[in-house]
Write a protein that binds this ligand. Structure first.
Ligand SMILES: [Mg+2]
Length: 407
């Protein structure tokens, strides 16, 4: 079997998605997600101009060899553009291999280790009443674990939180429809004073059993993160996420010394090398990398196996800008690995689910990849073409004096 075509499809059914479609001489096709939110076209060029020509005529079954060829052969390795491009190839080849085998991908990864995979959803509100409404809405949708984000007194705009609760869900699907970055503001002192009171109120309202998560979104120094983790301990969080910009892996030693709140890190990491200190010294509890940004199923499986030696679990990044193709690949991996932790899942717009018809399902707060051969996603190319790319940016973050801050 030979690869005869590799096309890149860019579509924006509510937000931008980049998809690689590989076709073989036997007519089997495979899809891979290469979406890099806010920098989409860089990956499109990497794939179209530099990778697709190399794939033509090669054997799609040689997944490991193709991965190593693209990673080592380019000389310039790592980084989100490179790894998103390689991820798309890797997932498309796994899709092809599983279709040829007539099996859902999870069967090729060792088969199911559980019946279904638990997902967590996002709740957010500017104040407590709107936050409580949002948590109730997620529970009504079936979610059994919920990430809680809230406004901070004195600030105007905070990532992941909407002043108009009624628009919160809709806005989540439109985040990237901006011709220039929105500027959000930040005050760490006010945030640190406010957040423990929020979780105290949420626990009073919803009781001790509901798993609660919180994302600090890289905004704290190690000592600030240590304080927050310690002050949140009475509220028994499932995890505190991205408490610092963890490029400074050694900084997590300080956080770890001060708190038993579980820590989750890694959604912007692209290789195992970003985790060596964090995993090897057991400084975190969950690894958060996405199939889409970590080079695909092949290296992410290796990361999870490495983390498993230290009883560290998976928690694949799953915001709306991971396309249904990337989400499907993640759910197959979630079902197969032993050290599954939890899966982030926000769902997509109805239009996105029409462009990417998928076999995976969300029921009672849990996901299942379905039993279609391959990853179980079909791309409607005509509908995709009817919704072309639109320039878009993520927000940026500034302190109250105007200084650019971590986002
Ligand atoms: Mg996050």
């Amino acid at each position: 079997m030979k690869i005869v075509d590799a096309q890149v499809v860019v579509t924006s059914p509510g937000r931008n998605f980049v998809t690689l479609k590989i076709t073989t001489d036997e007519g089997v096709t495979g899809l891979g997600d290469a979406t890099l939110n806010g920098r989409e076209l860089a990956v499109v060029s990497y794939l179209r101009d530099h990778v697709a020509p190399l794939l033509i005529g090669t054997d799609p079954h040689r997944i490991e060899d193709t991965w190593q060829y693209l990673y080592r052969g380019a000389y310039w390795r790592r980084g989100p553009v490179t790894m998103a491009a390689i991820a798309a190839v890797d997932v498309a080849l796994w899709d092809i291999k599983a279709k040829v085998a007539g099996l859902p991908l999870y069967q090729l990864l060792g088969g199911a280790s559980r019946e279904r995979v638990r997902a967590y959803g996002h709740a957010g509100g500017w104040d407590l009443p709107s936050l409580f409404d949002s948590i109730r809405a997620r529970r009504a949708e079936g979610y059994q674990a919920i990430r809680v984000q809230t406004g901070v007194p004195g600030l105007e705009k905070v990532y992941g939180v909407h002043r108009d609760a009624a628009l919160a869900r809709e806005n989540a699907t439109r985040l990237d429809q901006r011709p220039s970055p929105v500027v959000e503001d930040w005050d760490t002192a006010g945030y640190l004073r406010h957040i423990p009171r929020v979780f105290e109120a949420v626990r009073e309202e919803f009781g001790p059993e509901l798993p609660l998560l919180h994302d600090a979104h890289h905004r704290l120094t190690p000592i600030q993160a240590a304080r927050l983790g310690e002050e949140l301990e009475p509220y028994d969080l499932f995890w505190l996420e991205d408490c610092t910009p963890a490029e400074n892996q050694e900084g997590l030693r300080l956080v770890r010394r001060h708190t038993r709140t579980p820590l989750a890190i890694g959604e912007i990491f692209t290789t195992v090398f970003d985790y060596q200190t964090l995993v090897g010294e057991q400084l975190i509890d969950y690894v958060r990398s996405a199939v889409t940004h970590f080079g695909g199923v092949t290296p992410l499986r290796k990361l999870f196996d490495y983390a498993a030696q230290y009883q560290i679990k998976s928690a694949i990044h799953g915001p709306e800008d991971i396309s249904p193709v990337g989400m499907a690949a993640a759910i197959h991996l979630d079902l197969a690995i032993h050290n599954f932790g939890i899966q982030e899942f926000s769902g997509h717009t109805a239009l996105t689910d029409e462009v990417f018809r998928h076999a995976y399902t969300f029921t009672d707060g849990h996901l299942h990849p379905g039993e279609e051969p391959g990853i179980g996603v079909e791309l409607d190319e005509d509908l995709a073409a009817a919704h072309p790319y639109r320039p878009a940016y993520l927000p940026v973050n500034r302190l109250l004096d105007g200084t650019v801050h971590d986002w």
